[in-house]
Design a protein around this ligand. Structure first.
Ligand SMILES: *Cc1c(COP(=O)(O)O)cnc(C)c1O
Length: 236
């Protein structure tokens, strides 16, 4: 993808988000774009940064560390870890990311807390919720969400910001909205249960369901393909 193409696709992603917010009668800045740069080269991230994009999502720890090293000169860049997180990768994530969206069990949360360097300030955390039941292996079940939230809130190096989900694909808007609405209601319930917690984030909405997610209150939409083009899946 050339820089001109990137400039056009980023502009249309911004326009699409702006339109979705307007259709949902929501304020213009009430959801942000997270540019998912997994499998894409550091140069492409740099080009997006030059176009004003600041928040980037990565799924693979090693790949992300290499890119971060190449991009260490970029100021104001914010790195989000959004992929499955194994216990042996928590240290790298705690040391090199600003956000983690995919916390789904207590052991991982405790390790991230213990390994977060004091100098970096707290790691911003979303809990990944299994909104599609048996159709998904990832994410904490709704029934166990409150307990996990309580644990994360007790960990001083973590700051619990909200919830994340990757729903099973659905054809029409009404079906897309169902699991996203469940996530929104779960966040509302947590806010009532923990009124002091800074629970302001719903990380949901991808290239196929952005409009549905914005209607259900998404504050951080994660777009990969729509910004950077199709990924070469043969590499993974
Ligand atoms: C890859 C990925 C995305 C982006 O997906 P696209 O379909 O390319 O927009 C968003 N969220 C997560 C968790 C991902 O792994």
């Amino acid at each position: 993808m050339t820089d001109t193409m990137l400039s056009e696709s980023l502009a249309s992603a911004r326009e699409r988000l702006a339109q979705a917010l307007a259709s949902a009668a929501r304020p213009a800045e009430s959801a942000r774009l997270l540019a998912v740069s997994k499998t894409k080269p550091a140069d492409m991230v740099r080009a997006a940064w030059e176009l004003g994009q600041r928040e980037f999502g990565e799924n693979y720890v090693q790949e992300a560390l290499e890119k971060q090293a190449e991009l260490a000169d970029l100021s104001g860049i914010v790195w989000h870890f959004i992929g499955p997180l194994q216990a042996n990768k928590t240290r790298a994530v705690a040391e090199h990311f600003d956000w983690v969206h995919s916390v789904e069990r207590e052991k991982i949360a405790r390790r991230l807390n213990d390994q977060r360097p004091e100098a970096l300030g707290p790691l911003q955390v979303c809990l990944q919720v299994n909104v599609s039941g048996e159709a998904s292996k990832s994410g904490v079940a709704f029934a166990e969400l409150e307990e996990l939230a309580e644990t994360v809130l007790s960990l001083p190096r973590l700051r619990l910001r909200g919830l994340m989900a990757i729903p099973a694909p659905a054809e029409d808007m009404a079906r897309q909205r169902e699991p996203l609405a469940r996530l929104r209601l779960a966040l509302e319930a947590l806010r009532e249960r923990f009124p002091e917690a800074p629970l302001d984030t719903l990380s949901m909405g991808m290239s196929d369901d952005l409009e549905a997610a914005v209607l259900e209150g998404a504050t951080l939409v994660r777009l990969g393909t729509a910004i950077f083009g199709a990924r070469d899946t043969s590499r993974r």
